[in-house]
Design a protein around this ligand. Structure first.
Ligand code: ASP
Length: 309
């Protein structure tokens, strides 16, 4: 039997059961399950890993629960600036957008950058101009408004601090979303999308749109999508590092992910996690925080989880 696999995440952070209401838990679980089903259906029908990760991430972007697309956090200026990237493991094609406003599904724009722009990354106004040329769907400011996110910003507004979307130092958590997939043709793909960090400086770009840091896919090794304090993920080139450990050391997927998340990242106090799938359909969901919104599905197994255990 040919293997297929899909894994998704909705961000890592200090996500504790004691802080969750039953309603919220159900809402998060349902949103993860919906995205998982939509992406997996594509793989089951013989669709590409690229299509599956784009569809799964778009579904998470449409939910206000996650810090991407609709639920993006507020910047220091009280706006939403979104980052996203997508990569194919087959031929190392990649597309990314950074610091864009008003785009309903940033991951779809990242894919168009990859396929139609001749470039890998477009930022800010240039990305928006390209989006208009491509007839990408825009949304008004009220579509991105979320009371909870607004309150998160108010708690930090005017200060120099910025904060991840799900963690406890200041009730923060990372709500970035991502997906990795292996399709029937043996191809891998990865996608990541985020609003970044609450109260982030105007123009701040995280790891999510940076190929090799927040997202990476290579058919020879694995596909990876990250979530966490982006600055550490950029400095550690996390997604590419997982692939490198597999390629150069010959380590299996789980060992490579554990080395990066628990040793290399922790050494510089980097908090967060990642999801990864290798070319054989092995899945690894690894994080060094209290929890990570996550799910995966293979022909043999399916799981949706939030907390550590
Ligand atoms: N990695 C993202 C960033 O730093 C944040 C997150 O994962 O929620 O922009």
């Amino acid at each position: 039997m040919k293997k297929i696999a899909l894994a998704i995440h909705g961000g890592a952070g200090t996500i504790l059961k004691s802080k969750m209401t039953p309603d919220k838990e159900v809402a998060y679980t349902n949103a993860l399950q919906t995205a998982l089903n939509k992406g997996y259906e594509i793989l089951e029908k013989g669709g590409t890993a690229l299509e599956a990760v784009e569809v799964a991430v778009s579904s998470l972007e449409d939910s206000p629960l996650f810090n991407a697309g609709r639920g993006s956090v507020f910047t220091a200026k009280g706006e939403q600036e979104m980052d996203a990237s997508i990569m194919e493991g087959k031929d190392l094609q990649a597309g990314a957008i950074a610091g864009v406003k008003g785009i309903k599904n940033p991951i779809q724009l990242a894919r168009l950058v990859m396929e139609k722009s001749g470039h890998v990354m477009l930022a800010a106004e240039g990305a928006v101009e390209f989006a208009k040329e491509q007839n990408i769907e825009f949304a008004e400011a009220d579509y991105f408004y979320d009371q909870y996110r607004y309150e998160q910003w108010q708690a930090l507004r005017g200060s120099d601090s910025f904060q991840l979307d799900h963690s406890t130092k200041k009730d923060e958590k990372f709500g970035t979303v991502g997906a990795v997939a292996l399709d029937l043709h043996g191809d891998l793909a990865a996608a990541t999308s985020t609003g970044g960090m609450t109260n982030k400086k105007y123009g701040r770009i995280g790891d999510s749109p940076i190929i090799g840091a927040g997202t990476y896919a290579n058919n020879n090794t694995c596909a990876v999508s990250c979530t966490g304090s982006g600055e550490f993920f950029i400095r550690s080139v996390v997604a590419y590092d997982v692939s490198c450990i597999m390629e150069y050391k010959g380590s299996p997927l789980t060992e490579a992910c554990q080395e990066v998340v628990h040793k290399r990242l922790m050494k510089i106090n980097g908090d967060g996690g990642l999801i990864a799938i290798d070319k054989n359909g092995n899945v690894c969901l690894e994080f060094n925080t209290e929890g990570m919104y996550r799910a995966f599905k293979t022909p043999l197994e399916e799981q949706v989880k939030i907390y550590k255990n």
